[in-house]
Design a protein around this ligand. Sequence first.
Ligand SMILES: C[S@@+](CC[C@H](N)C(=O)[O-])C[C@H]1O[C@@H](n2cnc3c(N)ncnc32)[C@H](O)[C@@H]1O
Length: 224
Amino acid sequence: MTSKLYMVSLGPGDVELLTLKALNAFKDCDAICVPTKSEDNSFTKSISFKIVSQALELLEVEKKIIPVYSPMHFLEEDWDNEAKVILDTLKENNKVCFVTLGDAGVYSSIYYLLDRIKESDEQLYKNSEVIAGVTSFSAGSAQAKKALCLGDEQLIIKPINPRKDIRTTEILMRPKIGMDTTELGEGDFYTFENMYLKDEKITPSKISKVRKYMTLFINFAKRD
Ligand SMILES: C[S@@+](CC[C@H](N)C(=O)[O-])C[C@H]1O[C@@H](n2cnc3c(N)ncnc32)[C@H](O)[C@@H]1O
């Protein structure tokens, strides 16, 4: 049987901010890999473990929990070890979740891990799924009852302590139907039209003319 890996976003800390997709992945899987900063693999300080435990309680299911030592030192060897734990877990379990706080697309280690998983098992990579979640800043905006962007404002997310030169991912929203996209510039573009809706189309480039209002462009940061 083909193995399945779910990369599950947990949201910012409240179990009620988990998505139904995340809960369904927990129901579907055989084991959940949970990062911990504790060298002894305990979960005493793990927020992720707290959320996963609460979710399993809500679902009234029990799953194997596999600790993944994640010291967050930003070292290649740590990501190698973390990816190995996931791959080893997949040898004994057909469907496995790995969890990450907030949303997986924002400063999460999951893409370092997915790169390694792709290298070691292309089919497993193709069969993996990333489940989106609530970011810490969406939650902060809601808690403060203050919009992140209104009207013609833009939103900037910055690393406070960058390790090297800062590269930028640009998210472009609210286009006009019929607009020519030349003015959006060049780069590693994706176009998302009617996502999760009827006629969903995800194009791994910039479409030349906007067809629908529900169109979003992401110009991803240039990465090595
Ligand atoms: C490694 S980043 C992960 C970001 C996460 N993936 C997201 O979508 O928000 C960790 C940083 O996110 C922010 N963060 C995450 N959860 C938070 C929370 N519950 N409260 C405040 N800040 C939080 C803090 O700035 C923290 O240093």
